[in-house]
Design a protein around this ligand. Structure first.
Ligand code: MG
Length: 260
């Protein structure tokens, strides 16, 4: 008899539960709209229109800040703020080793930089003493320029290295006498109150169409002696290095920058 009561209770419970489901099935909840292609597309703001440089004349894009167009060094000065004394000739300019480094008058944060450089066909010297120069991001961080065509040196000091930090991913040198092209994308650091990096600087370097640095983290200043230092700074110039090596001086042309 007891067993039979339990069975009846179970049947009633199942019946009640079935009724509950029936009620819920009748209740109307909001339904999610079916996705359409347009739901994941947006149209504004439209990217600004930039006219690319002419591939034949190698001109700068329409929104670039032209830092050297073959005529003069009016965008440049020496590190004391005096007129740049490097030599302009034949649409290029050549390092004047007696005159020291030059820098842009304008200061920058994030940018895309295009710069072309050439070591003389008759270049002499070995290791770091062969067409040594460099381009400094925000005046602090050197991307090495050196003739590494059949010229070995320490790898974190070769062409396209973040100097004394990160070697390039490849050696993409053209022969002496031929022009090399650097396209550099640089992201400035963000600092904490205490002067250390909240977000370190980063750099991508492409030489002659070949990636040498792929969004590389810059660890600090690029020291010749010692390890990187973290020095708080703001916007800074592009600096071109006048290196004291005894080899024949290198030349530059077609320099422009797009702020990002
Ligand atoms: Mg150098």
């Amino acid at each position: 008899m007891k067993k039979r009561n339990i069975t009846i209770k179970a049947v009633l419970a199942v019946t009640a539960c079935t009724a509950c489901v029936a009620v819920n099935a009748q209740k109307q909840y909001p339904q999610q709209e079916p996705m359409t292609p347009g739901m994941s597309e947006y149209w504004t703001p439209q990217p600004k229109i930039v006219t690319p440089g002419d591939i034949k004349t190698n001109s700068a894009p329409s929104d670039a800040i032209v830092l050297f167009d073959g005529k003069d060094l009016s965008a440049w000065e020496n590190t004391k703020g005096e007129p740049a004394q490097w030599t302009v000739h034949d649409g290029v300019f050549t390092v004047n080793k007696k005159a020291g480094d030059i820098q842009t008058k304008q200061k920058f944060n994030n940018y895309q930089l295009h710069i072309e450089w050439c070591v003389p066909e008759n270049i002499t010297g070995t290791n770091q003493a062969r067409g040594n120069s460099g381009v400094f991001m925000q005046g602090m961080y050197e991307i090495q320029i050196l003739d590494c065509y059949n010229n070995e040196t320490y790898v974190n000091g070769q062409t396209g290295s973040v100097y004394k930090q990160t070697p390039p991913l490849a050696n993409a040198m053209r022969k002496p006498g031929e022009w090399n092209v650097y396209d550099i994308i640089y992201t400035a650091p963000v600092f904490k109150e205490d002067g250390t990096y909240r977000v370190p600087p980063r750099v991508t370097v492409i030489q002659n169409g070949i990636v040498l640095q792929n969004n590389t983290t810059i660890l600090g200043t690029t020291e010749y002696i010692g390890f990187p230092k973290i020095v708080k700074h703001g916007a800074g110039p592009i600096i071109l290095q006048s290196h004291g090596d005894p080899s024949e001086p290198i030349s530059f042309r077609n320099i422009w920058l797009r702020e990002l």
